[in-house]
Design a protein around this ligand. Structure first.
Ligand code: HEM
Length: 225
């Protein structure tokens, strides 16, 4: 088995499996974030549940963090192997003729998303870990009210942060535009339904980043002090 994951196809399969997992995570993350637009109360309730439920905190969250790190590390390994292989260059290499800009730049859109995740963890994840695990406050309350919605709005006051987030979501869209179908292709699932998967992939890679953009802009334009 470990031999399989050291092979080139094994690495692509591992990359695809972690991609499926992350694409599913993105859908649920967007669904919860969209709640903050439609119902601050529901958003607070769900955030409190996700932030304090033992199964989510101590089983799903570690698996998610592993999935994120695994996908990045594997992505870098694949890129390194590919660029080494490319050193024995083709007689005529005209990338644009047989591949898209997105597919040739997965590493760069990936690095942009990695930079976003670091910023995002500083913004949301580390303060959450601090409140719960260092200060030991699991109540989710601030001045007698749930704090999650207010904390979210505070983050989107600064236009520079909103700009950085929106830029990152555009890179996320470019990454997904190639990544979605590529993941299915690595699993051999495209035979006979390539067109359908491409259509779903296109829709996913536009709708999901756009959803995140709407959340960020909505809170920037609607925060109340
Ligand atoms: C407007 C857009 C977004 C908002 C408002 C948002 C909000 C949040 C919040 C409030 C948390 C803290 C959860 C907690 O630990 O209690 C969080 C965690 C996280 N976010 Fe986002 N997020 C956004 C977009 C994204 C995107 C696009 C990605 C991935 C590319 C992402 C990846 C993550 C990850 C990996 C975590 C840590 C997961 C966890 O806590 O279990 N987020 N986000």
């Amino acid at each position: 088995m470990s031999g399989f994951f050291k092979s080139s196809i094994g690495r692509k399969v591992a990359m695809a499996l972690s991609a499926f997992f992350l694409m599913f995570f993105l859908l649920q993350h967007l669904a919860i974030n969209l709640l903050s637009v439609f119902s601050p109360e529901k958003f607070n309730e769900v955030s409190h549940f996700m932030g304090t439920n033992s199964l989510v905190q101590f089983a799903l969250q570690p698996v998610l963090i592993f999935g994120v790190v695994f996908h990045f590390v594997m992505g870098f390994v694949l890129e390194l192997k590919n660029s080494r292989a490319r050193n024995i260059s083709y007689a005529k290499n005209n990338g644009a003729a047989n591949s898209t800009w997105m597919s040739r730049n997965m590493i760069w859109s990936g690095i942009a998303i990695l930079a976003f995740i670091i910023l995002h963890f500083i913004d949301f994840w580390f303060p959450e870990i601090n409140t719960k695990f260092i200060q030991g406050d699991w109540s989710g309350l601030h001045n007698g009210e749930f704090r999650y919605f207010h904390e979210l709005q505070e983050k989107f006051v600064n236009p520079l942060r909103v700009g950085a987030y929106v830029t990152a979501f555009v890179f996320l869209g470019l990454h997904l535009a190639h990544g979605f179908t590529s993941a299915f292709q690595s699993m051999g699932a495209t035979a006979g339904r390539k067109k359908t998967l491409q259509t779903i992939g296109k829709a996913y890679s536009i709708i999901v980043p756009l959803g995140f953009i709407i959340v960020a802009l909505y809170h920037h334009l609607n925060h109340n002090h």
